[in-house]
Design a protein around this ligand. Structure first.
Ligand SMILES: Nc1ncnc2c1ncn2[C@@H]1O[C@H](COP(=O)(O)OP(=O)(O)O)[C@@H](O)[C@H]1O
Ligand SMILES: [Mg+2]
Length: 342
């Protein structure tokens, strides 16, 4: 039913190489075809970058396409450089004079900004230049822009008002994107053009089994049902971690492959959880309790916070797909996150 699975570290950049996700892809296409902006959400390693790149590839005949990875950027100057470096060469040549008028001097492969100009103004003009042709821009790991987010959102607002030729695809961890873009404290500056959210969720068990089997067959590794079941019990069904296990299992034995995958995954989950906990002792306690499953009243009495504070926190965790609630018993869904908080 799907193309063959090859375990590799690289994100996919073609829909043919995306396993499953057919309903997400068709929903994304519907959104983009109506010219709406899109936010691809989901936990780390679920396949957001892969999806964004594969989708850009689908639209490359009709649009200028730009993929911009915002990982690790420190300020708006960095962001401008990244955008510039990802612009098609022919556009840069064509707009050289426009750039200079706007205070951007092109020097070989980099740019120098005139000190007197405002970085978000520059960015806005870059985007406006791009939008002379239909343009689709992926801003991957958008939450990393959090330092200048208010200016950036303002700029997006201006772009949105000025032209319809530019489509943005934002991706990021659910936690980060909600914080920076989708839940701007009470404000709604992107009203009318709020990105449509598409969430990539962990696979169901059968899809994970099919994915692992297909990749293991392809590298001639031994297929053993017990091992595959254990791998999924331990790792869960997030694609990137299954892919990590698969890559190792193609080279050596099941136990080593599994242990190494778990170590890596738990490290990343811990980092995410620390972001959520944000140094608050009661939040850590609540999450620990939920690793084993815990009732609402029990959490309330142990954390000693007010009902509304706790309810807000739990609601937020549910929106992040981190916990589920079964008859007011709350528990962490993913095994990796359970291990990470213990
Ligand atoms: N649907 C998919 N089919 C095949 N491989 C995938 C799929 N989704 C993710 N992967 C693989 O999983 C790994 C992590 O994916 P990535 O797109 O980097 O995740 P994210 O950006 O959400 O952290 C990559 O190696 C990628 O090739
Ligand atoms: Mg990514």
């Amino acid at each position: 039913m799907w193309g063959k699975v090859i375990f590799t570290e690289k994100p996919r950049d073609n829909v043919e190489n995306i396993f499953d996700r057919t309903s997400e892809i068709s929903m994304i296409k519907k959104v983009l075809d109506t010219g709406d902006w899109l936010a691809i959400l989901g936990p780390r390693m679920i396949g957001k970058t892969s999806m964004a790149k594969a989708i850009l590839n689908e639209y490359k005949n009709d649009y200028n396409t730009l993929y911009i990875d915002l990982t690790g950027i420190k300020n708006s100057g960095d962001a401008i450089n990244k955008i510039f470096n990802n612009m098609p060469k022919n556009l840069i040549d064509r707009f050289k004079d426009d750039f200079e008028i706007r205070g951007i001097n092109i020097m070989g492969n980099s740019i120098k900004l005139n000190k007197k100009i405002n970085n978000t103004d520059v960015m806005e003009s870059l985007f406006n230049l791009l939008s002379r042709k239909k343009t689709m821009i992926v801003l991957d790991e958008f939450q990393e822009l959090s330092f200048g987010i208010n200016h950036f959102i303002n700029m997006l607002h201006n772009i949105m008002m000025e032209n319809k030729n530019i489509v943005f695809i934002f991706t990021g961890s659910s936690i980060g994107l909600m914080k920076t873009l989708l839940e701007q404290k009470g404000k709604n500056p992107l009203a009318g053009r709020n990105p449509v959210k598409v969430v990539l969720e962990p696979w169901d068990r059968q899809t994970a089994v099919d994915y692992l089997k297909s990749g293991l067959i392809n590298c001639n590794a031994n297929i053993n049902e017990t091992e595959i079941n254990e791998a999924i019990n331990e790792i869960g069904t997030i694609t990137g971690w299954l892919n990590f296990y698969g890559r190792r299992r193609c080279i050596y034995n099941h136990n080593d492959a599994l242990n190494e995958s778990l170590d890596e995954a738990v490290k990343v989950a811990r980092y995410e959880l620390n972001n959520i906990i944000n140094k608050s002792a009661w939040k850590r306690k609540a999450l620990k309790m939920m690793a084993f499953g815990s009732g609402y009243n029990e959490i309330l009495s142990k954390t000693k916070v007010s009902t509304s504070t706790l309810a807000n926190f739990l609601h937020r965790l549910e929106k992040l797909y981190l916990i589920k609630n079964d008859n007011r018993t709350y528990y962490i869904v993913d095994n990796i996150y359970r291990k990470a908080i213990k």
